[in-house]
Ligand binder design. Structure first.
Ligand SMILES: N[C@@H](CCC(=O)N[C@@H](CS)C(=O)NCC(=O)O)C(=O)O
Length: 229
């Protein structure tokens, strides 16, 4: 019989584990834990291998997976919702009332919609496409033509602009930092990493990332996690 080790404790609080270190969705959860002042550690996940330990954790097989004691959350939004409810005295990342929550969720979904266009850009990394083909998953290997990429940039600019309109003249979606702003920051970072333009959001991004507490939602280059699975 396999014995599950007891949760680690840090300053009297359970140590939370975020599996999957580099993902933009993991950055949303990391932002939440930093603002809530809840201790966490990262475990790096090799998505190319998907170890037995990772497969046991999640039937969805995406990162992040977030573990708090014996509670396992397999989606970043589910994790954010859990942390706000389970630790009600901590900073509320999804907003402090229903109106704020509705705004935050709207922005997060708008970000998800844009991120859903990124699959083929991710596949451009040849080793990912080859790996998918070798493992019998060629159905996932779509790539954009140069013409489609131009159209994609237009669509991304349009959609980013819709989010900007939704913010109006406010710096933050609900007047203070929340999961909405974390989702936009994570999305902008991915967009830039795929060589796409983020237009007027650049200035906003620079301004927010000057604040250390916000910028630390992204792990530094040398943060590798406590172990790898
Ligand atoms: N809805 C999920 C999306 C997570 C997601 O798509 N993660 C990507 C990495 S950024 C992943 O694990 N992809 C691997 C796969 O789809 O097999 C969440 O918010 O946690």
């Amino acid at each position: 019989m396999k014995i599950t080790p007891p949760p680690l404790f840090y300053k009297g609080k359970t140590m939370i584990t975020i599996y999957g270190i580099g993902s933009p969705y993991a950055a949303r959860v990391r932002a939440a834990l930093i603002w809530k002042d809840l201790p966490f550690e990262h475990v790096n996940v090799d998505l190319g291998k998907k170890s037995a330990e990772f497969l046991r954790l999640t039937p969805i097989e995406t990162v992040p997976v977030v573990q708090d004691g014996d509670i396992v959350l397999c989606d970043s939004l589910h994790a954010l919702d859990y942390f706000d409810r389970h630790y009600p005295a901590t900073y509320q990342m999804l907003g402090g009332n229903e109106r704020e929550r509705a705004r935050v969720l709207t922005v997060m979904e708008a970000c998800n919609k844009i991120a859903s266009y990124f699959g083929p850009l991710y596949m451009e990394n040849a080793s990912i496409a080859e790996r998918m083909q070798r493992s019998g998953k060629s159905f996932r290997v779509f790539q954009y033509s140069p013409e489609q990429k131009k159209d994609l940039q237009a669509e991304i600019s349009y959609r980013l602009n819709r989010i900007k309109e939704f913010y109006g003249s406010q710096q933050f979606c609900i007047g203070r930092f929340s999961a909405a702003d974390a989702a936009v920051l994570a999305l902008l970072r991915s967009t830039v990493s795929f060589g796409m333009d983020i237009g007027a959001w650049k200035e906003w991004q620079n301004m927010l990332l000057q604040q250390e507490k916000i910028a630390s939602m992204f792990p530094s280059e040398n943060e590798k996690g406590v172990r790898s699975i």
